[in-house]
Design a protein around this ligand. Sequence first.
Ligand code: HEM
Length: 225
Amino acid sequence: MDLSGGLIRSSLARKYWMALTGLFLCSFLVVHLLGNLPLLTGSKEMFNSYAHFMTTFPLIKIVSYLLYISILLHSVDGLLLARSNKAARETRYVKYNGKANASWSSRNMAVLGTLTLVFLIIHMKSFWYEMHFGNIPTYITSDGDELKDLYSITVAAFQQPWYAVFYVISMMGLGFHLWHGFSSSFQTLGINHAKYTPIIEIVGKAFSVIISLAFASIPIYLLLS
Ligand code: HEM
């Protein structure tokens, strides 16, 4: 047996990687949201210090590479799985009625994931790329440090109606993706328990609603303020 190929390419392995990378991305969402909260309080210095820390601290840089690899692996595996699932359904059933036994979110994971991927590419171009390679103006803080003013770039971006609307729609897509995805990843990892599974499902649904609404509230607030 080709062990390395089996570990990476079999459908089961792909599902495992999806679950692990998906949960890792969920934990990243929490950290990212906490970092974005100063945008709601107008704390320019706090936001810019956080952005500076995230782009320069060596340990965070290693975690960032893990994050980029996870996004790539999750997206590629997700799309490959969706394609093989579709092919399997078409050969097995003459008439497939997905609505009968699966929720809307679970039937549209690939579409919702692709929307999230498009969002991530645009989002990373607007902020990540500008922070690393763009010409963001700098200023000297009261402590004498030189910081890039990502805060002003972000506020200006969110005050454009099209960008704010696109952001809010994308967060709705992410919310629906996680509505099914969060608890599904526990099932994939074999964490299945009469008592705990219903709790994981409730936590997953609460997580998807809180994360998507909290992220979406930032551009809405900045657009209306
Ligand atoms: C922040 C971004 C994302 C997070 C937090 C996330 C999270 C998750 C989680 C937790 C799962 C459940 C895994 C399982 O069932 O074991 C999942 C499934 C899935 N994700 Fe994502 N995801 C994200 C982005 C994406 C992207 C960019 C794509 C693809 C373009 C994608 C495509 C999929 C697909 C197709 C599935 C279903 C796989 C299957 O069960 O057949 N996701 N996601």
